[in-house]
Ligand binder design. Sequence first.
Ligand code: 2IT
Length: 447
Amino acid sequence: MNVQNIMTNLEAKHPGENEFLQAVREVLESIEEVYNQHPEFEKAKIVERMVEPDRVFTFRVAWVDDNGEVQTNIGYRVQFNGAIGPYKGGLRFHKAVNLSMLKFLGFEQTFKNALTTLPMGGGKGGSDFDPVGKSDAEIMRFCQAFMWELWQNIGPDTDVPAGDVGVGGREIGYMYGMYKKLAREYNTGVLTGKGSTWGGSILRPEATGFGALYFTEHLLHKAGKDIKGLTIALSGFGNVAWGAATKATELGAKVVAISGPDGVCEIPGGITKEMIDYMLEMRASNRNKVEDMATKFPAATKFTAGKKAWSVKCDIALPCAFQNELNEADAKELIANGTWCCCEVSNMGCTPEAIHTFQSNGILFAPGKAVNAGGVATSGLEMTQNAAHISWSAKEVDDKLHFIMESIHEACVKYGTQPDGKIDYVKGANIAGFMKVAQAMLEQGVC
Ligand code: 2IT
């Protein structure tokens, strides 16, 4: 394989799909060496096939807002790679959603899901619907209209969507309600992230953030460090940031900053349980303003408009919001302020230049597809419970999540340990995920 040739072809075929092209380049650059040691991969054109989704659905979603006006959005489902199991991955509702974003997410999801040790292919979907400022009734009508189109393309053994940015338990509930009506069956395994009284797994809401902290703990232990007493800055206040803040605090770390699109909220004494609980209200309000935290807890916080969490002094940076949310300048600012570890919790949260800056400065860095895989892994555990019509306790799920995150860390170490003994977690995660999917594609022939 020659990465440049493949990228040139891909850029010509998919001009302007910048996020997708960025995600592909990152993976190809890190697997190139290993790939070229396997002539059977080259002969079967594994990479050329792997960079094209198995199939993509796009559809119109028409709905009526609270003023009685008709609204039209675009819905998508990208079934990226089904080599190791049914397509699995979240739905993102955000005004910037387009095909490039969902192809990047579906591509990443393929390798992430392979890392979880569970049999799940990669998929992603969503809409350019903007939840900000929408009423609960509008969210419900949109979710129903979205599912009306999507339902025939999904199923417990076909494609299993879940949440992502802008889609949490409430949205999954509205979508499941409509799915059930259209399909005329109580087929809980068709979506994950459901409520715990109707087929959802205990701990799924917390799982991405909890898993990220379990991974971070392993990474720190491997480097001879302990998380207790360390300071953490994180971005976002959605489901993922909430889980991460909860577990970080439980493990004895101090979350000293959270941020939103409007600015950063510093919390010098560390985030408290009440503040963590309030994050849930902030997300449900659809206001998308981190300033609300400072307004609610004025004595313990300081809000600065227009600043990111990466301007705050901390030991560990945890991007938990959106792709490319931490750039080269942010990485340099963090390093100048003494940050020595960054675990990417969002998908592709750091730009390639930021990752390069971290790695060339000896900062411990781990990529999203390893760090955040606890979310989809627990979705996989939800699928298992649904298939068996059983429900596990919090301890059972948490034990399994622990084990999976440890396995992912071990896989990164196995494939990412460099001749000088240092661990390149980007390479490790990409190669480990790739090898599993590539082997399955090879064994299943040209299709
Ligand atoms: O990016 C992700 O892994 C998710 N949004 C979770 C996907 C899932 O199927 O639980």
